[in-house]
Design a protein around this ligand. Structure first.
Ligand SMILES: [Ca+2]
Ligand SMILES: [Ca+2]
Length: 245
């Protein structure tokens, strides 16, 4: 037996997992605001949309949205499109979702002293989660302005639909989010071989109960390798991810 891995887990892995996912759609909307103790800083919203429609692309009209009010404001937008998108469409296969959207959190203070207070992020339409297949992981990871990982939010947990944290003298890009919607099979296929098998398990076992920095494999995305990862792994044991379509 591989050291440190419970015997019961090895027993579970003796049988193949359930491989097929169901249909679904994605349209998640987030509201981002900052309370500085005197007044609410002008909030912003961000929509993350996955669509299987080949014709759907970036919505140019959203690029023309008016800027936030002068004075002080916060903004939330995807950051890998080369422009500040507040509504971002991504190709989406409901049977094999694999979407990762990098999001930037931006603060502006006309006085340049930065914004200090409570930052809030709310999922405005949690009912949309019902349209995502149960075989998909849906989560946010939050990073500080220096890029270091701070917190993980499993969006299937209602407690994470409204989260807050404190910021001090925030100005410019003071944090980042990563929105991930990924099929459990793809998440469990750690070596990207297309199949969930012993090679993936060996990697997990090597990092068992370890903190997982950015480059270390982790199935459920919370940066720790623990029984929650193995539970998903067991569900997808011996699955061919590409064959799930
Ligand atoms: Ca694999
Ligand atoms: Ca984990």
């Amino acid at each position: 037996m591989i050291r440190g891995v419970p015997r019961i887990v090895l027993a579970v892995l003796a049988v193949a997992g359930v491989c097929l996912a169901g249909p679904g759609e994605i349209h998640l909307q987030f509201k981002f605001s900052l309370e500085d103790g005197l007044s609410n800083t002008a909030p912003d919203t961000f929509s993350a949309i996955g669509s299987s429609e080949a014709s759907v692309g970036y919505d140019i009209k959203d690029l023309l949205d008016p800027p936030s009010p002068p004075g002080k404001h916060v903004r939330i937008y995807s950051s890998d499109a080369g422009v500040e998108l507040i509504r971002d469409y991504r190709p989406y296969d409901p049977n094999l979702p694999d979407i990762s959207i990098p999001i930037e959190l931006f603060a502006y203070d006309v006085n340049e002293s930065g914004l200090t207070g409570t930052t809030r992020l709310n999922l405005m339409n949690p009912s949309a989660l019902a349209g995502i297949p149960g075989d998909a992981l849906v989560y946010l990871r939050r990073y500080g302005g220096n890029g270091s990982f701070v917190q993980y939010y499993d969006l299937t947990n209602i407690d994470n639909h409204s989260v807050e944290w404190q910021v001090t003298e925030a100005k410019g890009v003071f944090g980042r989010l990563e929105l991930v919607v990924v099929d459990k099979c793809l998440a469990a296929d750690i070596d990207d071989s297309g199949r969930v098998d012993l090679r993936d398990f060996a990697v997990l076992a090597r990092h068992w109960l370890a903190y997982a920095p950015a480059s270390t494999p982790d199935v459920d995305g919370d940066r720790f390798v623990d029984p929650a990862d193995l539970e998903i792994f067991a569900q997808k044991w011996l699955c061919d991810c590409d064959a799930e379509k």
